[in-house]
Design a protein around this ligand. Structure first.
Ligand code: DX5
Ligand code: ZN
Length: 216
């Protein structure tokens, strides 16, 4: 089975978003990863619903929404209305994570929980059976183009062990600093889904870059 690849639109050319989405449509990209920031949970602001609601009109690819915002539960309805397949919320942003996860599922989306680089995988032990996916951040969220944090590979191994032990079918997704070298190490460690922004969009041939990531 090939690795699932979710290019991050954060690295796309925002003045030519339609062109870049059409490139992704032609490509073998499995999903489109959307980085939604509020300037509070992370020190940056990206894009919001006016943009997402337009871009969903030009793609059939499943949308993977990554909410880097405080109180993400406030926006479950709006994210569901975009037609997103996955809704990723940060564990660090949810006081009542179990409730949020159930709400996401109730609205017809697949719940996923995201961990910052400092957050141990062991905190997921009791919520794992309720999740479709865990997103491990391999950079501090907020910006594209940062350097991969090496310890992330070890976290993938730990999470894979937990998944095997609990016999769940949870996917492991990794986001930040992914390229062919870090991607290969992550896949070897047990990652199922790779998010890649800069590596894809700054490559001379983004479609080929996506193909190479899928082949890892
Ligand atoms: C970081 C975002 C990532 C980012 C990855 O806050 O969650 O999705 O776009 O960008 P690269 O692949 O450039 O590290
Ligand atoms: Zn992301």
């Amino acid at each position: 089975m090939s690795t699932i690849v979710a290019p991050s639109l954060l690295a796309a050319d925002f003045l030519n978003l339609e062109r870049d989405i059409e490139m992704l449509n032609r490509s073998e990209a499995d999903w489109i990863h959307l980085d939604i920031m509020d300037g509070v949970f992370v020190p940056n602001i990206s894009f919001g619903f006016p943009v997402i609601n337009l871009l969903k009109k030009v793609t059939q690819k499943p949308l993977d929404a990554h909410l880097m915002i405080v109180q993400p539960e406030k926006f479950i309805d709006e994210i569901a209305a975009t037609g997103a397949t996955y809704m990723n919320v940060h564990l660090e942003a949810c006081m009542h994570l179990h409730r949020v996860v159930q709400e996401i599922r109730k609205k017809g989306m697949k719940p996923a929980v995201t961990l910052n680089p400092h957050t141990p995988v062991s905190l997921l032990e009791d919520i794992l059976p309720d999740l479709e996916m865990v997103l491990l951040m391999s950079v501090n969220p907020g910006f594209g183009g940062q350097q991969f944090i090496d310890n992330s590979v070890r976290k993938v191994v730990q999470l894979k062990e937990m998944i095997l032990k609990q016999q769940t079918s949870t996917l492991i997704e990794v986001d930040g600093g992914v390229n062919l070298e870090t991607g290969r190490r992550l896949v070897n460690a047990g990652a199922d889904v790779l998010v890649a922004g800069s590596f894809v969009f700054s490559s001379e041939n983004p479609e080929e870059a996506i193909r190479m990531l899928r082949a890892l």
